[in-house]
Design a protein around this ligand. Structure first.
Ligand code: C5J
Length: 239
């Protein structure tokens, strides 16, 4: 991938450790794994002993960011973690993890757990992808592993990612790290990523922006939405 000197930023989002410059046309909103299996009460996430209510607060801010990104014409990419029904893309090591009573592929409250085509594998209704938005099925935690995400981004000339979704310290972090190693500039939206564990949420966000932004930047959704609103605000007439 050739990453030229960043073009003039289209918008500047106040962020930490410094402003995140977003070049026009080169940014995608990435929504990681907002799937029923992770979010719904009684789903896979809860069967692992997790408190799914910790993820619920992400939904509304993410709806607002999604609406703003769509209005601004950003590329929007949704991901879903999951596996083929025959489990041929599920490494045995991954299968062995978790509670023996409820593993990937087992029948769960919302269909076979994390299996493509099952109700629980799909994205929650509140954040349903719009027509034309890419829905990327991924077998791993990161969105680049085992997918054609990099080719998709390259062919769309995208160099900047605004990353949201669940869970902060697992699939969001893995994706951010994969993106960072591939040369992408990454902004994580603190109120649009969620963890079952408040401590992991806090530390996960700290880790992204530590050491001068070792993996990227952190801002919240109102900062992005305000920056976008400024862009579309009429320029005051001069007298
Ligand atoms: C997990 C994810 N936590 N989407 N997946 O297994 O973070």
């Amino acid at each position: 991938m050739t990453l030229a000197t960043p073009p003039d930023p289209d918008l500047l989002v106040p962020a930490s450790p410094g402003p995140f410059a977003v070049p026009a046309g080169r940014v995608a909103l990435v929504v990681i794994d907002m799937q029923r299996d992770f979010l719904l009460p009684g789903g896979f996430g809860e069967t692992l002993g997790n408190d799914v209510s910790q993820l619920a607060s992400v939904v509304e801010p993410l709806q607002r960011v999604l609406a703003a990104a769509r209005a601004a014409g950003w590329t929007v990419i949704h991901t879903r973690e999951g596996h083929r029904p025959d489990l041929s893309d599920l490494p045995p090591a991954k299968l062995r993890r978790g509670k023996p009573s409820m593993r990937i592929g087992d029948p769960g409250p919302y269909g076979r757990i994390l299996i493509q085509g099952e109700y629980g594998h799909d994205i929650i209704d509140e954040l349903a992808p719009a027509d034309g938005e890419l829905v990327l099925d991924k077998p791993g935690k990161g969105a680049f592993y085992g997918t054609d995400l990099q080719q998709v981004l390259e062919s769309a000339n995208i160099t900047h990612l605004v990353v949201t979704g669940v869970t902060t310290e697992v699939c969001v972090h893995t994706t951010v790290r994969e993106a960072n190693d591939r040369g992408y500039e990454v902004l994580v939206l603190s109120d649009c990523v969620g963890s079952y564990f408040p401590e992991f949420q806090r530390v996960g966000l700290e880790m992204v922006k530590a050491q001068g932004g070792i993996f990227g930047w952190v801002a919240d959704s109102p900062q992005v939405i305000a920056a976008l609103a400024q862009l579309s605000a009429p320029i005051p007439a001069t007298v």
